[in-house]
Design a binder for this molecule. Sequence first.
Ligand SMILES: [Zn+2]
Length: 153
Amino acid sequence: MSVIRITKEFRFEGAHALQDYDGKCRHIHGHSYILYVTVKGRPVQDKNSRKNGMLMDFTDLKKTVNEHIINIFDHALILRGDAPLAEELCRAYRNVVLVDFQPTCENLICYFARTIRRYLPENAELFGLRLYETATSYVEWFAEDNKTEDSHE
Ligand SMILES: [Zn+2]
């Protein structure tokens, strides 16, 4: 059976601020993020399986990414844990997500990759992610590029 890649698109609205940065993203503002998740592997070949012929049920992929990423980051304010007023904002609003990294698109995609990989079925591996921060800017993460990093995770 051939190796197949399947991709699902997700969208979420998020706000962030980049501490000590010298551009527009320094101050709190929002983005309409679009995340493409591509999974690779061989489809199940088992007539007795309910997932026969599928690499991964799109519904399961949707559920996994929604549960571990979208539900957490959608309409959230994403801040570094040591950002000014971070703790006060956390107390005042329910939708503040504190992370231990600068919440750039690059760092978010690495965090998303680590998270999604933990929840994929055995026959599927994460091939890559693409994360749009604006209509014309996106970052990509590919498993192929990060093989050496894997041994440290
Ligand atoms: Zn920004």
